[in-house]
Design a protein around this ligand. Structure first.
Ligand code: GLN
Length: 209
């Protein structure tokens, strides 16, 4: 992972203090991590930008932003990927676009290794060149929601344990399995906070696999 001049960490607490609020990390190696940070903070979350593997030890949940999934893999390196694999097995994680690709069980176009954290198949850059970016209206828990797609992937297979939370047309675009949530679009680029709120709810309420 990249070196960082500024590593933020939580102060240790003593038994007499109330438990700290959940601390959410946003992976800040590349991509639009700052928009996620802002959105989560607007929703009242405590957020830290994660640039070093050891920071994963002190966070309660993680957002993996959009960007380029192959670049993420390069920047993470083998050790970073292993550390992240371990994290996503244990703690709530939300991946958007490239983040969703990284979390998937199977990745194609082209084939790529990932974290295998959610039982879906995903196809990179699946909307083709003409419409590689678009803003559409989809449906989230029965209500319309704006969805910004940027060189977005499509979910090609949804495993039996995976819940579809949002669709665009016939396409599943937000899915969840246990503690892991994935969106193929960029909810941080719309003014609607509901998708991030769903992740915060998952974090707060816990979810068994
Ligand atoms: N096309 C990118 C990939 O394959 C994802 C694009 C995005 O995150 N907006 O990783």
């Amino acid at each position: 992972m990249l070196p960082s001049s500024k590593i933020e960490s939580r102060q240790p607490t003593t038994n007499s203090q109330p438990p700290p609020r959940a601390l959410i990390g946003v992976l800040a190696l590349q991509g639009d991590f700052d928009a996620h940070r802002k959105r989560l903070e607007e929703l009242g979350a405590e957020v830290v930008l994660v640039r070093k593997p050891e920071q994963l030890d002190s966070i309660d949940g993680l957002v993996i932003p959009g960007g380029e999934s192959s670049t993420f893999l390069k920047l993470l390196g083998e050790a970073g990927v292993e550390k992240l694999k371990e994290f996503v097995r244990l703690k709530p994680t939300f991946g958007t676009c490239a983040g969703a690709i990284l979390l998937a069980q199977e990745i194609d176009n082209p084939k790529q290794a990932g974290l295998g954290a959610i039982d879906i198949g995903i196809r990179r850059n699946a909307y083709g060149r003409q419409i590689d970016s678009s803003i559409r209206e989809g449906s989230f828990q029965g209500s319309p929601v704006e969805m910004v797609f940027i060189r977005a992937p499509k979910i090609s297979r949804v495993g039996p344990g995976v819940e579809v939370l949002a669709t665009e047309g016939e396409q599943p675009v937000v899915v969840r399995q246990g503690k892991v949530m994935a969106a193929t679009f960029h909810p941080e680029l719309s003014s609607d906070g509901r998708i991030h709120q769903a992740f915060l709810d998952l974090l707060r309420n816990g979810a068994g696999r």
